[in-house]
Design a protein around this ligand. Structure first.
Ligand code: PFF
Length: 461
């Protein structure tokens, strides 16, 4: 009997609906919400960006989230196994999604490790007067030809720690590990983040930041790049088309409401995103106010530079900045953890099913391989370049390709759209109509294909 065709007799399960919802929100709410959304929204039309963002959520985000759920829940497997059960050759799509997850995990871990270091640095404002010089020069040693002691001590050690925690959580299994981690992490994150946002909006200059973020630039709506940014943000942020949500929904009991929790997850994620926008831009408004410049003059509004250069500047300027810094980097760590655990659970669960391994065996194997790669990469080079390239290819091109393949394959090639819709409706309270087939079969693929072409062209020219 081939292990690939059979799930273990007792499939691991969430303890209940709340466990699933918390874990799914934990996966969705991550670095993407805190360091990606605010800057992306600002650069792509400000308040006006909310329109393409909402349209992307409703026409692709939620429908494809439901598609992920339906595949995992009906075919009861991680992405490769679930797709294999639909059609033997579709297994490849599952592995493609696992590959994307794997690549993302390698750099996501590095960011968590950096945030861990910066959590500690916050207490002594260790970056001094020159956060940029500190981050790029002293901390990451960009441009240094040799392996530096700083990288080994300040990056490799936190990385090892990060991977150790991930390994422990995975090895404990779905209910005792992943679910518990989210049960603790998510409430902690929400409370800490609320405190952060309240402090940020009461800073002088905060309203200028909010004006900058929310003032709509309607002209942006005619720019295809803005729409692409909205769809890309939704995909990454909801963790869809990575096989992760297929995996998570495969651990739900057979008779489980799927659609309503999906709506809860999607709206919780977007709410957190807007909240993060408010927090981050209030803080940026404060920085601009302190420096007597406009928001437009501040560089580094997204990604690593926002978190490790711009925010340290904010923290240094603020009375009681250390606490604010610890809250900010603590939130990055926790939000990052609950997301990377979902990614690794997808990878580890797939390896487990494919090779008939035990939970611990596959947790150790997968975490060890991933850990070695991420430690080797990020403690010998700054990894910043890799991070940027990976973000372009895996996040934009890879995941959009995955979503196109997924929708075309399920709806048009294998014609499983109706079956999957009936399945969701049979177990759920919120019923989905035929509009869903239209969205995943026509609107989604057309839009995504257009995006993909635009993106590839812009990367190659
Ligand atoms: N959704 C996470 C974020 O917004 O940071 C990132 C992520 C998690 C992407 C899980 C993909 C994934 F499978």
């Amino acid at each position: 009997r081939s292990a690939a065709n059979t799930a273990p007799a007792e499939r691991e399960q969430w303890t209940g609906q709340t466990g699933f919802i918390l874990a799914a929100i934990g996966s969705a709410v991550g670095l993407g919400n805190i360091w990606r959304f605010p800057g992306v929204a600002y650069e792509n039309g400000g308040g006006a960006f909310l329109i393409p963002y909402l349209i992307a959520l409703l026409t692709a985000g939620i429908p494809i989230l439901f598609l992920d759920y339906s595949v995992g829940h009906r075919f009861r497997g991680t992405a490769p196994l679930a797709y294999r059960r639909i059609h033997p050759r579709a297994e490849l799509l599952g592995w493609f999604q696992i590959l994307l997850s794997f690549v993302i995990a390698v750099y996501y871990a590095a960011v968590i490790a950096w945030a861990g270091s910066y959590f500690v640095f916050s207490f002594g404002l260790q970056w001094g007067d020159d956060p940029q010089g500190f981050f790029l020069g002293e901390y990451l040693q960009v441009g240094e030809p040799t392996i530096s002691t700083t990288l080994v001590s300040a990056v490799a050690l936190p990385l090892v720690l990060t991977w150790a925690v991930i390994l422990i959580v995975l090895a404990l299994g779905v209910a005792k590990g992943v679910e518990k981690a989210n049960f603790i992490g998510l409430p902690l994150l929400v409370l800490a983040f609320l405190a952060l946002v309240v402090r940020a909006i009461t800073l002088p200059g905060a309203t200028d930041g909010l004006d900058a973020l929310f003032t709509p630039n309607w002209g942006a709506l005619t720019d295809p790049e803005v729409w692409i940014a909205a769809y890309a943000q939704i995909f990454f942020s909801l963790s869809i088309a990575f096989g992760i949500m297929v995996t998570y929904s495969s651990y739900r009991k057979r008779k489980s409401n799927m659609t309503s929790p999906g709506l809860v997850v999607a709206f919780a994620n977007s709410s957190f995103e807007v909240l993060a926008g408010i927090g981050v831009f209030s803080a940026l408004g404060f920085l601009a106010h302190q420096q007597g410049v406009g928001i437009a003059d501040i560089e580094g509004l997204t990604g690593p530079i926002l978190s490790f250069v711009t925010f340290p500047a904010v923290i240094s300027q603020m009375p009681g900045g250390s606490l604010f810094g610890a809250l900010f980097f603590g939130c990055l760590v926790v939000a990052g953890f609950t997301s990377i655990i979902s990614i690794l659970q997808g990878v580890s669960g797939s390896v487990q099913e494919k090779f008939g391994l035990g939970i611990r065996q596959s947790a150790v194997t997968v975490s060890a391989i991933c850990a070695v790669i991420s430690i080797a990469l990020f403690s010998t080079t700054s990894g910043l370049l890799a991070l940027d390239t990976v973000d372009q290819w895996a996040n934009n091109i890879g995941v959009v390709t995955s979503a196109i393949l997924m929708t075309l394959l399920l709806v048009w090639v294998l014609r499983r759209g109706e079956e999957l819709r009936f399945h969701l409706n049979a177990v759920s309270t919120f019923q989905i109509g035929r509009w869903w087939n239209f969205l995943i079969g026509v609107v989604g693929p057309v839009f995504l294909a257009y995006m993909l072409i635009q993106k590839v062209v812009s990367l190659l020219t």
